[in-house]
Write a protein that binds this ligand. Structure first.
Ligand code: SF4
Length: 288
């Protein structure tokens, strides 16, 4: 039995900022363009955390790669998170045709990391040490670099400290860590390298979740920013489903109430969001 208990006059609202951000759109376009030129194209890891887009790219000849030493590499695309300095040097040395799709905002954060290191600051990166973007940033930040997240304690610091932040970190975490550091050092330089796109999407989704009865968050289950959106909605007690595609709108999913909100992570393409919107609209019309 289906459990769509939407009222007949239910309103379906989609977030304006749902889906691809500027950096992801740019990287995915670069990958499709590279494929058109006919070379064998590889991306260093999946270009974005969305299995459906990765599959579509495979269909046109763009394959994710884990290992730089694989044979048959001609063209290689660096994804939005960027890579470490070592990897970048290795790519150049191997003579591959490199397409650098590192998001310009991530590039800026890498430049600030290097600038702080060159000016003699101990660099603190606010972020998740496991994240590839942070891995890349660390390689520019010098040997004294420290990575701090919301759950870690500050270790002893040098007198002169510079702070940057992973582009997708929440601004509150960044502010908290900056305020903890400020009283502990003689000289502090801070670059806010948070990308607006994430913050604005989080705010819009949060406001929407407060006004609706059910939230649908669309995007890869392996996408950190999509999962973050779903967790944010759950934290304000609205019934929330995190789905990858419209196919997951099935018997187990209860669309209840007068208002259904739809939002999506930065790696979710427009066509998947449209399919979800259309399926829900059809359910409302009784066509399912
Ligand atoms: S979230 Fe921001 S920093 Fe990350 S890829 Fe998108 S635009 Fe670039």
């Amino acid at each position: 039995m289906l459990k769509y208990i939407m009222s007949e006059d239910a309103e379906i609202i989609s977030a304006k900022r749902a889906g691809f951000c500027f950096g992801v759109k740019r990287a995915v376009n670069m990958a499709f363009e590279a494929a058109k030129r006919g070379n064998t194209v590889h991306t260093l890891g999946p270009i974005i955390h969305n299995p459906q887009v990765v599959e579509k790219l495979k269909e046109v000849g763009v394959y994710p790669l884990d290992n730089l030493d694989s044979p048959h590499i001609e063209t290689i695309i660096i994804r939005t998170h960027g890579v470490s300095k070592d990897v970048s040097d290795k790519l150049k040395k191997k003579g591959y045709n490199v397409i650098d799709a590192t998001c310009p905002f991530v590039k800026k954060a890498q430049q600030y990391a290097k600038l702080l290191k060159d000016e003699g600051y101990q660099v603190i990166i606010v972020g998740d040490i496991e994240h590839p973007e942070v891995n890349g940033l660390m390689s520019y930040a010098g040997k004294d670099v420290i990575v701090i997240n919301k759950n870690s304690y500050l270790p002893p610091l040098k007198k002169k400290v510079g702070i940057i932040v992973q582009t997708t970190q929440p601004v509150d975490v960044f502010k908290k860590i900056v305020s903890e550091v400020v009283g502990r050092v003689k000289e502090l330089k801070v670059f806010n390298t948070i990308c607006n796109s994430t913050d604005l999407r989080l705010k819009e989704t949060k406001n929407m979740a407060k006004k609706v009865d059910t939230m649908i968050i669309v995007g890869g289950k392996n996408s950190a920013n999509t999962t973050q959106l779903a967790e944010l909605c759950r934290s304000i007690n609205v019934t929330t489903y995190h789905i990858e595609t419209a196919d997951e709108i099935d018997d187990d999913l209860i669309l209840k109430g007068k208002k259904i909100g739809i939002s999506a992570g930065a790696s979710t393409p427009d066509w998947i969001i449209s399919e979800v919107e259309n399926k829900i609209k059809n359910i409302k019309k009784g066509n399912m």
